[in-house]
Design a protein around this ligand. Structure first.
Ligand code: ADP
Ligand code: MG
Length: 778
């Protein structure tokens, strides 16, 4: 070991000499100068001293002050100076794989090295790490998984958890595990880095550890909201102005007038809403009018218009556009590239900040463009805090983000965009004031901003508990209730208990709380377990196509619009899709298929108009369907070719069975009476059908059971959606209703499956049905 010690010492000296050589070279000097100009540099000594004297330290500071790129380097440098360079091992976690890769590359460049020498990175399925790598940037998920293998993190000297203010699920998980580990590894150092000032929360969690704040400075940024933007740029807010594109269609000349009327109605409604103080109520209820400034449709044109305004009229400075996701970024980029001004490379440098960014492209994002060329960067919310582009003077903020883009859920993006928080909007605005005063354009009215939540809830409290429990099991973090009780902000114990119980009922966890085969697959799908179960069964039973639609429809919202003044017309339009199916879910499938067909003939909008459907919602369903297929391929449930998973897609009975499997225990019994239909569920007793359901108006429901996804409680309990199912489907696909009798019967039933519907089995069915009815009716 003396020999080993000597080798390490020699290596450490080599590292030190190499670094000194680089810092004396012209490039190295320039880099060093830049690094010394960052606010973090002034705190370097204080930071290092506090870290050496305390096991846990919280560091906060304005975005761009040098936390991510500098602090891990300071530690590495001081270890090298102390001739411990070959002994130290520093891990710095990032919430996103893109930042882990981008940051490691930057830090290596600052040290005049290539990646994989002393600095490396590791993300899922990818990495660049050498034998002598001492500073490793990785995703939080990677470190969590490493902890499973080595509970003590043997050999690691420093753990830096970056961007903890984002409160991702993985970061909260990691803190629980690290807190438990610290007493076992007294020499291990933990540094938590955060952009905003809720540092106390973290400090308290670790028993009042020191907090170091890196002071920063930003220039003032003026905020413009939608109303000012429209006025300033002279943009006419004619909602749905893209409808005109369809105007040439002969077949609907007749309807053009009606559409024009609707168009002006919406436009004036929007204008009214802008004026009225209670926009909030109006806007949040009627999604369709909110979508007028959703970047999906008219928003793109508004952004294009605004960009032209900036390029032609405003002072020099880069523009940073916050979009909801990659899809939007790509479509907008295509649209802008076709624009005569914005697509002209001699006037505009148009860049997208995305995951598979090559390093040359990455450099363009940070570099100053040639004089006379305007840099425009399209980015997601990762440019809020993880990446800092210094020369940004103008920010355009669409107000939405796709939450949950973390590694925990297999690194798949979360599926639906939601409004951001006030804090996030402020942070986006601040990105415009790095080098001089700036302007931020928020593409929503001031009153919408007022309605945003102050802060975003931590992911742990935002994620549906059932999914959270599955993640804990997947990461083998022990008993769900015990683990969550130790969290920074734990969820309600009773809700946790209910979630665990539910997972047992649907067969995702066994009695000892272990993941079942089903549970394991569900944990890899970033959707609620009941929807995941449908997807899995849809794939297994080769009945995927309609199941994709049902699940996407249940995750987005109902595409059937029910205007108050035309409720009857709308309801009869919807019931046309149902036929004699007695199913809202099957109606949805028909409506979607019909729309898809119409889309192929460029008549999608007309179809929606005739059938009281929201094309916005149908498009969202369409895009979710694609994401689901991608996910199912990713976990290997669907092969590359999509032929086979659909060989049973036409089988409506099978579809009902799969819907039942997913929605169970959401089930009510049906008793047809003389003049009415009586419905009962286990928890609520008597329930009623929501008037929007296709089953609401019927005389008789020829099914003994209805399964449902959602119920609403007004004075009575209403089932919002429902699908009729038979006894045998409920028995075979309905999971288990309690730990008692039925479960045993079902197991027994399994053995008789081949004799399906023999007299003896029919008898068993009958018995089971009576038992089930007993459960529900009493
Ligand atoms: P923080 O983590 O505190 O937000 P960073 O360490 O990420 O700050 O960034 C510090 C500075 O380094 C910023 O001014 C940023 O613009 C610059 N920077 C970061 N990455 C790069 C890069 N790849 N190329 C050029 N400059 C960069
Ligand atoms: Mg950072």
């Amino acid at each position: 070991s003396v020999v080993l010690e000597k080798i390490r010492h020699r290596k450490s000296l080599q590292l030190r000499n190499k670094q000194m050589d680089w810092q004396e070279s012209p490039d190295g000097q320039k880099m060093l100068e830049f690094r010394k100009s960052l606010p973090a540099y002034k705190e370097r000594d204080a930071l290092l001293k506090t870290i050496s004297e305390n096991q846990v330290v919280v560091v906060s500071g304005e975005t761009g002050c040098g936390k991510t790129t500098q602090l891990p380097q300071y530690i590495l440098e001081s270890e090298i100076e102390a001739a411990r360079g070959a002994v130290c091992s520093i891990i710095c976690t990032q919430p996103r794989r893109i930042s882990a890769m981008a940051v490691s590359e930057r830090v290596a460049a600052e040290r005049g090295e290539s990646l994989g020498e002393s600095v490396g990175y590791k993300v899922r399925l990818e990495g660049m790490k050498g034998r002598d790598t001492r500073l490793l940037f990785c995703t939080t998920g990677i470190l969590l998984r490493r902890l499973l293998v080595d509970r003590n993190l043997t050999g690691i000297t420093h753990v830096i958890v970056d961007e903890i203010h984002e409160r991702g699920m993985n970061e909260d998980f990691l803190l629980i595990v690290l807190k438990e580990l610290l007493p076992r590894r007294p020499e291990l150092r933990l540094i938590l880095m955060s952009a905003t000032l809720n540092a106390e929360l973290f400090s308290n969690y670790f028993g009042g550890t020191p907090v170091i704040h890196i002071p920063g400075f930003t220039y003032p940024v003026r905020a413009h909201f939608l109303e000012n933007i429209l006025e300033m740029t002279g943009y006419r807010l004619t909602a749905y102005n893209q409808i005109d594109d369809y105007g040439q269609e002969k077949s609907w000349k007749m309807q053009k007038q009606a559409i024009r009327k609707r168009k002006s109605q919406i436009a004036s409604a929007v204008e009214d809403a802008l004026e009225s103080a209670n926009f909030r109520e109006y806007g949040w209820r009627t999604q369709d009018s909110l979508s007028c400034w959703n970047p999906d449709s008219i928003g793109f044109n508004l952004i294009e218009h605004l960009l032209c305004h900036i390029v032609q009229r405003e002072r020099p400075g880069a523009v940073l556009v916050f979009m909801t996701g990659w899809d939007d970024i790509n479509s907008l980029k295509d649209q802008l590239q076709a624009h005569p001004l914005l697509g002209d490379p001699s006037r505009v440098l148009l860049l997208a900040c995305h995951g598979s960014m090559a390093s040359s492209e990455q450099r363009l994002i940070f570099d100053k463009p040639p004089d006379g060329v305007r840099k425009i960067v399209l980015a997601t919310n990762m440019a809020e805090t993880s990446i800092t582009i210094n020369d940004v003077v103008f920010v355009i903020d669409c107000g939405k983000a796709k939450e949950t883009s973390y590694d925990a859920l297999n690194n798949t993006p979360c599926l639906l965009p939601t409004w951001i928080s006030k804090a996030a909007a402020r942070q986006r605005r601040g990105r415009a004031g790095r080098v001089q005063s700036g302007e931020s354009y928020h593409l929503y009215p001031k009153c919408v901003y007022e309605a945003f939540a102050d802060y975003q809830l931590p992911e742990l409290l935002r994620t549906p508990l059932q999914s959270l429990c599955l993640q804990i099991k997947r990461l083998q973090l022990g008993s769900i209730a015990d683990f969550l009780a130790r969290a920074l902000q734990p969820p309600e114990p009773l809700s946790v208990e209910n979630a665990v119980e539910y997972l047992k009922v649907i067969g995702a966890l066994d009695e000892d709380e272990n993941l079942t085969v089903l549970g394991n697959q569900l944990s890899m799908l970033p959707v609620e377990p009941k929807l995941g179960k449908m997807l899995i069964l849809g794939a297994i039973f080769n009945c995927l196509d309609p199941v994709l639609t049902v699940v996407a429809g249940l995750s987005v919202r109902d595409p059937f619009v029910m205007p108050f003044d035309k409720k009857d017309l709308a309801e009869s339009a919807k019931s046309q899709f149902s036929g004699h199916d007695y199913s809202d879910h099957l109606a949805l499938v028909r409506a979607y298929d019909g729309w898809k067909n119409a889309e192929r003939q460029q008549a999608g909008y007309e179809y929606c108009w005739n059938n009281f459907l929201s094309s916005q919602t149908l498009k969202a369903i369409d895009s979710l369907r694609k994401q689901f297929i991608f996910l199912l391929k990713d976990i290997g449930l669907v092969q590359q070719n999509l032929e086979s998973p659909n060989s049973w897609s036409h089988d409506e009975h099978l579809l009902r069975a799969i819907i039942c499997a997913g929605l169970f225990p959401g089930v009510s019994s049906v008793v047809n009476k003389e003049k009415s239909i009586a419905l009962k569920t286990v928890e609520d007793g008597q329930v009623l059908l929501h008037s929007n359901s296709v089953n609401a108006g019927v005389q008789k429901i020829p099914f003994p059971w209805l399964v449902f996804n959602e119920k609403v409680k007004v004075n009575s309990v209403f089932l919002r959606d429902s699908t009729g199912i038979s006894d045998s489907v409920l028995l075979l696909f309905g999971g288990k209703i309690s730990q008692g009798g039925l479960d045993g019967h079902l197991k027994m039933l399994g053995g008789y499956l081949e004799f399906f519907m023999t007299p003896s089995l029919a008898e068993i069915y009958l018995r089971l049905k009576i038992e089930l009815e007993d459960l529900i009716l009493n």
